[in-house]
Write a protein that binds this ligand. Structure first.
Ligand SMILES: Nc1ncnc2c1ncn2[C@@H]1O[C@H](COP(=O)(O)OP(=O)(O)OP(=O)(O)O)[C@@H](O)[C@H]1O
Length: 911
């Protein structure tokens, strides 16, 4: 039994005499049942009073196995010897976070801000860990070392290391592992698991244990330790895994730390205990200590958001008794403290950034931490929802039937399972997901990448085999982590000149077009007739030409506003060529892989091929694999490939990686910038001297879970602040006149026009279709059909059937099935329609950036307008601007008539 609820009040600390002697206690009043129950007192005894000290009204408290007592007619609870006391159990702390917190709470904070840098110990550590996993899986040492070092080729090259020296060092480290594995104590009965993903709902912990041996945690450390005991913070880490295993019913009594450098030490020079493996007893007292530390961390994070006063609470270092002068992070600590004017035990150096920047930093720090909490709420659904609820919520594929487990190269596994035919979810090919035997929290689960997701089968690649019965969306915090780092880099490390513009202290500046290098468009004046500079970068579209000019002349930034189909991609490609021609090294980035690859395709079409694509094999489109940077290889060659490429292309998420953070560019050109948060945009533009953002703030905004400043893109903020630094592309190459009219009037002040008469006048007849063969409402460019359906939850079955019938009618009339797209606001409706047609059916968000000859939109709503597509008119803008020749809306006229915007839309569709 547990008692749990938000804290109402925290009593004073008291000491009482008991039959065990003097004991401390502290009473905490909570409202059980998540705040719904009547308040009860929970007495925390002994050392748990330290957790009570951290507690504040509003925080959530969980006490397991309490004793129930009756006092003056009121039921109360008290901790027992078996109890665990957990503050804010919903806040999932990463095990590595607790490890650094125990060293020094401020180090935990600094690690959050600065991310994992590219340095040799980090890269070597990763390689040794990989080799460790290989050895556990039975691979031969030499083969594994050669393979894993080659895999790290790019990173090693950037750090200036040669293969042979690294192999040598890794081999010596791995020898420790091998020797230990070969010890007589290990028999065939020793059950081994490498890389074990653990999540703990009770303790609010998550992490990946390096290995489990007979159910006990083993952690690998690539450093040395010549003492007999493992290092304290290493023990803390192993103890965290022990706690999580304990929750699963395993009771690990020992933990093992493997210090691989010990075997590489020179025995003549080093004294002490050189044995690499150090075991320790995982006692109850130590585990309780770890839980209390986790509680202190969670309490600090709670205060940062809920009780922050003028500025969010961050650790100062005074919380612990660590000595700053021994700390590797002392310098960073002082710089961060100095720049942000934070109190810190290490002291401060440097001048604080201006108030406006500090406020900005605080605001986004809090916004990102709020986003982290929303991500934790996603994790929680893994155990709070039943499998059926999760499937209904599109977050899992359940009832999978394992078909095959095949060991593929480099000791990875390919898991294949049959899936129920009509199962849908948010999962997509290329996603990292949680593959499990049916229970992702207490059963066997592995993180893996989805390599195939067909109608009937799903294929996942993992490090270890699992009976694939369920596949869950795995909510990753990586985007929050990388955004924090990008924010830190932008504010603390950013050039003052750049920040003057970002923070409104100076207008962006542009070079005079006349000062462009000789031979460039726009430099050819009358008395320099000998130069034969062309008149324009793009000679058939004035706005596009102006946009390219703005991009090449920008001394700080340029903003290209591109409504649907206006040739953003075409313009980007032209701008990149012009920038490279002037000798610039360019970073091409975008929110999605698709947009990055589209821009590369446009560059190719314009005859430019000197590009390097950074991304994972599954993320990059097949036709761009030939320019993809493969990380494996000879270090120098790999590093040169990245350093020398005139154009490097990567998603903004990839720009936050430790490899990309090492790169420098003259110009960053970022597409889909209106879908990026401010920190998400910084991740790309931090890497360059100047930047060009391309987007449309009248289409989809950034996708975030929390409702805060992250919802407005940097693109939007800058275009509102500096309209003169922007150009709007006003000729569209996609829609007929009739289709574009509504969007143009509603979203672009009527400024959007068809680029050519052909674009304006296109009709279904151009596809060889006889409009007479189609019912009225399905022709004429734009049409509306009311099927008299009934919304039921997020679907409308009757409407779905009608949409499928409409698709059939277009096909019967001669439209190619591939030329038809169906858009619905909810995935449930997408599934409902998908069951009835082979046409592409998807949500608005998935359709942004693409187009079809014919689009049918299923609006689902009846009675009133409710749902994401209606809340934000920008979503509707996207839905209405995907069609080239025919757009057919299917919905309930009464519901649409109930809101002025939709009433206007209805009038237009029926005209
Ligand atoms: N100046 C131009 N001259 C001729 N064709 C052009 C020009 N600009 C764009 N196009 C063509 O118009 C079409 C749409 O252009 P593009 O794909 O660049 O649009 P986009 O704005 O990126 O679209 P989306 O709204 O989907 O992002 C393409 O086929 C492209 O080749």
């Amino acid at each position: 039994m547990n008692v749990r609820g938000p804290i109402v009040s925290v009593g004073e600390a008291r000491t009482v005499s008991t039959s065990y002697g003097e004991r401390d206690l502290r009473e905490v009043r909570i409202r059980p049942d998540r705040g719904a129950g009547d308040p009860v007192d929970v007495t925390l005894w002994g050392k748990w009073t330290e957790t009570a000290e951290q507690a504040e009204p509003g925080m959530e408290l969980l006490v397991t196995d309490p004793e129930e007592d009756e006092y003056r007619g009121e039921t109360g609870y008290a901790t027992t010897d078996e109890s665990w006391v957990v503050l804010e159990p919903d806040f999932l702390v990463d095990v590595t976070g607790i490890r650094s917190w125990v060293q020094c709470p401020r180090m935990y904070y600094l690690n959050k801000l600065s991310g994992i840098p590219l340095n040799y110990p980090v890269v070597k550590g990763t390689v040794v860990h990989e080799v460790f996993g290989d050895l556990l899986r039975g691979m031969e040492l030499e083969e594994s070392v050669a393979d894993r070092v080659a895999e790290a080729g790019l990173e090693l090259g950037l750090l200036g290391y040669e293969t042979a020296e690294v192999e040598d060092e890794v081999r010596r480290n791995a020898a420790a592992v091998e020797g230990w594995l070969a010890q007589g104590t290990l028999s065939d009965e020793d059950t081994w698991r490498s890389e074990f993903t653990l999540i703990s709902p009770t303790f609010g912990l998550k992490g990946r244990a390096d290995a489990l041996r007979r159910g006990t945690p083993v952690e690998l450390k690539t450093g040395k330790n010549t003492k007999r005991e493992p290092r304290f913070h290493d023990k803390v880490q192993a103890a965290c895994y022990a706690l999580m295993l304990d929750e699963r019913g395993v009771d690990p009594d020992i933990g093992t730390l493997l210090y691989t450098k010990n075997t590489a030490l020179d025995r003549n020079e080093e004294s002490g205990d050189l044995a690499p493996a150090k075991e320790f007893t995982v006692g109850r007292g130590f585990l309780e200590f770890v839980v209390r530390e986790r509680n202190a961390l969670a309490a600090m994070e709670w205060r940062a958001l809920n009780d922050r006063g003028e500025r969010p609470t961050v650790p100062t270092g005074y919380e612990a008794d660590a000595t700053c002068s021994y700390c590797f992070e002392q310098d960073t600590c002082m710089v961060v403290s100095g720049r942000l004017d934070q109190e810190s035990k290490a002291g401060q150096v440097g001048t604080p950034v201006p108030d406006g920047e500090r406020d900005y930093f605080d605001r986004f720090y809090v916004a990102l931490e709020e986003e982290r909490r929303e991500t934790h709420a996603e994790y929680r659904k893994l155990w709070e929802q039943t499998p059926e609820e999760r499937a209904a919520d599109d977050r899992a594929l359940i009832d999978l039937e394992p078909v095959a487990q095949t060991e593929i190269d480099d000791a990875r596994w390919e898991l294949r399972a049959r899936k129920p035919g009509d199962a849908v979810s948010k999962l997509r090919e290329g996603d990292v997901a949680l593959a499990s035997d049916g229970d992702p929290v207490s059963g066997h689960a592995e993180l893996g990448r989805i390599t195939e997701l067909g109608r009937d089968e799903v294929v996942v690649e993992t490090d270890e085999p699992v009976e694939l019965r369920r596949l869950d969306v795995y909510p990753s915090e990586i985007s929050v982590d990388r955004s924090l780092t990008a924010l830190h880099d932008a504010v603390l490390k950013g050039e003052p000149d750049r920040k003057d513009v970002l923070f409104g202290r100076r207008e962006p500046e542009f070079r005079d077009p006349g000062d462009r290098p000789p031979g460039s468009p726009g430099t050819d004046d009358s008395d320099a007739a000998e130069t034969d500079a062309p008149d324009a970068y793009i000679d058939n579209n004035a706005a596009q030409n102006e946009a390219v000019g703005l991009a090449v002349d920008a001394e700080d930034l340029a903003l290209i506003h591109g409504p649907p189909g206006t040739g953003k991609t075409y313009t980007i490609a032209r701008a990149i060529r012009a920038l490279v021609a002037e000798g610039n090294r360019v970073l091409l980035s975008a929110f999605t892989n698709r947009a990055v690859d589209n821009a590369l395709e446009a560059l190719r079409e314009q005859g430019f091929d000197e590009v390097l694509r950074v991304g994972t094999e599954t993320g990059v489109r097949a036709d761009m694999q030939d320019v993809r940077l493969v990380q494996r290889g000879e270090p120098n060659a790999k590093a040169a490939e990245l350093r020398d490429a005139p154009v490097v292309a990567a998603t903004t998420a990839a720009c936050g990686s430790r490899v990309m953070r090492e790169c420098e560019f003259d110009v960053a050109l970022v597409d889909e910038a209106s879908q990026l948060t401010e920190p998400g945009t910084h991740a790309a533009i931090n890497l360059a001297d100047r930047f060009v953002l391309v987007g449309d703030h009248e289409q989809l905004p950034p996708v975030v879970r929390a409702e805060n400043d992250l919802q407005t893109s940097l693109f939007q903020r800058l275009i509102e602040a500096y309209p003169e630094a922007s150009v709007m592309l006003d000729r569209q190459y996609r829609m007929s006149q009739r289709i574009q009219a509504f969007a143009s009037a509603e979203f672009y002040d009527g400024a959007l026009r068809p680029a050519t008469p052909e674009v304006a006048g296109q009709t279904l007849a151009d596809l060889g279709v006889d409009p007479e063969a189609l019912a009225p409402g399905l022709t004429g460019g734009v049409g509306f059909v009311d099927p008299d359906g009934e919304r039921d939850g997020n679907r409308n079955v009757r409407e779905a059937a009608r949409v499928a019938a409409i698709v059939d009618a277009y096909v019967a009339a001669g439209v190619d099935l591939n030329d038809i797209g169906v858009i619905a606001p909810f995935r449930a409706q997408v599934a409902e329609i998908g069951r009835r047609t082979d046409a592409t059916v998807d949500t608005v968000d998935r359709f942004q950036g693409s187009s079809k000859e014919v689009i049918v939109v299923s609006l689902v709503a009846t009675g009133d307008l409710d749902g994401p597509i209606f809340e934000d008119h920008r979503r509707m803008n996207v839905a209405l601007t995907r069609a080239k020749k025919q757009l057919t809306l299917v919905g309930d006229a009464d519901a649409l008539g109930s809101e002025p915007f939709y009433a206007r839309m209805l009038d237009w569709a029926r005209r």
